[in-house]
Design a protein around this ligand. Structure first.
Ligand code: AMP
Length: 459
């Protein structure tokens, strides 16, 4: 027996099915907004994260898995994926055409050496999007709305969207100066992390979770008093767009995010499950001004977000948002004897290409054991195949819930199953997608003209 590495977890069986479901919904939503998929390496040069995530962030200072490879290069397991995506866009010269924005989405594992706790792992999965080449705050609003819509598509109600702006460079520099003045007289009494943050990036003190420090943070100057006219206008436009789109939000002036590359709007999606468990942020993101140029690209701005698949899966399990996920086998084929076993392999394949998920018992079991196996597979129907059935070119179909049995000829097998399993809207292969001349009142799947078509007539 080998133990898991601390902070990691296996995602298997039902849990894996949940992850795939979540990823599919998030990816489909991104595609609806015109985003294309990016897959970049898990290892990148350490320098990439120093330049992007920033050497004042907790991630770079304490949490990176960094090692030297055999060639003496400093390599890091990606702690986040934005930097790699932007690097890939720069390397592929996607900005050369200046056909902005360049829009990409990604899914995959990230690694942070954090203290493992509820909802926090050392290897976890993120889905995220990046929209680069932003010239208007409406684009930021669209990105936020896409994140919100994704959560709605996953079945979330009452997501709390927190937003803030970190302003433009000018606003932020003035604000940081005011924070340094304010915290200067308190820093001696604050936690060690804050002392470091005071030196490295004073903004990050606003994010401190220490209750005593939070009392001090409460009275700190607010960014809203330091915003330039431009920064104010942009933030107002984003808020107006969210109002127009009916997306509720809370402005939280203590929201600064843990990655140094953010500027302009930043946001987090929070959710407390119906059982009252607060999972913290299930997704977060923001606008970045300098990231692309830091990584060697042009001076273009971007906006993106990342969602944590582990947290989404936990909250959704807590709140029964996976109701639609079924783990049933449509048909369990039960062969009786050697000849029937070989024939069953063919029958099962025929059913699979017709769109049914189907398993065959190949273990040479007796009838009662095969029924037990079918039950464990959550099978809906069994098809019993014996020598008699093969000789007569027919099958016995059994409804495993009601125990009802039907005898059908092999020609009628598919028709009967479609009827029994209510094959509504499910596509067989070679579907004409409804693009044929019939108005639904025919057997056109069998007609010469539409041979092999499954089509809408089953709807
Ligand atoms: P970040 O890249 O820090 O902005 O995080 C984006 C999202 O990833 C968060 O909102 C979480 O849902 C998720 N996340 C971040 N760190 C972890 C972690 N250590 N374990 C699990 N999920 C995480």
């Amino acid at each position: 027996m080998f133990n898991l590495v601390k902070g990691t977890h296996d995602v298997i069986l039902d849990e894996a099915q949940k992850y795939t479901y979540i990823e599919n919904v998030l990816q489909n939503t991104a595609q609806l907004f015109g985003y294309k998929e990016f897959r970049t390496p898990i290892i990148e040069t350490s320098e990439l994260f120093l330049r992007s995530v920033g050497d004042s962030s907790d991630i770079v200072r304490k949490e990176m898995y960094t090692f030297e490879d055999k060639g003496g290069r400093s390599i890091t397991l990606r702690p986040e994926i934005t930097a790699g995506i932007v690097r890939s866009m720069v390397n592929a010269k996607l900005f050369a055409m200046q056909d902005y924005p360049v829009k990409g989405y990604y899914t995959g594992p990230c690694f942070r050496y954090e203290r493992p706790q509820q909802g926090r792992y050392r290897q976890f999965n993120q889905f995220g999007i990046e929209c680069i080449g932003i010239t208007s705050p409406h684009r930021d609003a669209e990105v936020i709305s896409m994140g919100f819509d994704s959560l709605v598509f996953l079945g979330f109600e009452n997501v709390t969207l927190k937003i803030n702006t970190l302003g433009d460079d000018e606003s932020r520099e003035n604000y940081k100066k005011a924070l340094r003045d304010y915290f200067g007289s308190h820093i001696e009494n604050m936690c060690n992390d804050c002392k470091e943050r005071y030196q490295l990036n004073v903004l990050r003190i606003l994010d401190c979770k220490d209750p005593d420090d939070q009392e001090i943070v409460k009275n700190a100057p607010k960014i809203s008093d330091f915003l330039s006219e431009n920064a104010k206008q942009s933030f107002e436009t984003i808020k107006k767009d969210l109002d127009f789109l009916n997306i509720p939000y809370e402005v939280d002036e203590s929201l600064v995010r843990g990655l140094d590359y953010y500027s302009g709007v930043v946001f987090e999606f929070h959710y407390t499950s119906s059982k009252g468990k607060n999972y913290g942020a299930i997704g977060a993101g923001g606008h970045y001004g300098k990231l692309v140029s830091e990584i060697g690209g042009p001076e273009v701005e971007g906006c993106g977000y990342a969602m944590g698949i582990e947290r989404l899966a936990s909250v959704m399990s807590d709140d029964n948002l996976f109701e639609d996920l079924t783990d049933t086998t449509d048909i369990y084929v039960m062969p009786l004897g050697e000849r029937a076993t070989a024939a069953s392999l063919g029958i099962a394949n025929y059913l699979r290409v017709s769109g049914y998920n189907c398993e065959v018992c190949l273990e040479g079991k007796g009838m009662s054991q095969m029924f037990k196996k079918a039950e464990r597979r959550n099978a809906l129907y069994a098809i019993i195949v014996g020598d008699n059935e093969l000789d007569n070119d027919e099958f016995v179909i059994k409804n495993l819930a009601s125990q009802e049995q039907f005898k059908v000829s092999s020609d009628d097998l598919l028709k009967k199953l479609d009827e029994l399993l209510n094959f509504e809207g499910r596509k067989h292969f070679e579907c004409c997608d409804g693009d044929c001349d019939c108005d639904g009142d025919c057997d056109c799947a069998e007609s010469e003209e539409n041979k092999g078509c499954c089509c809408s007539h089953k709807e």
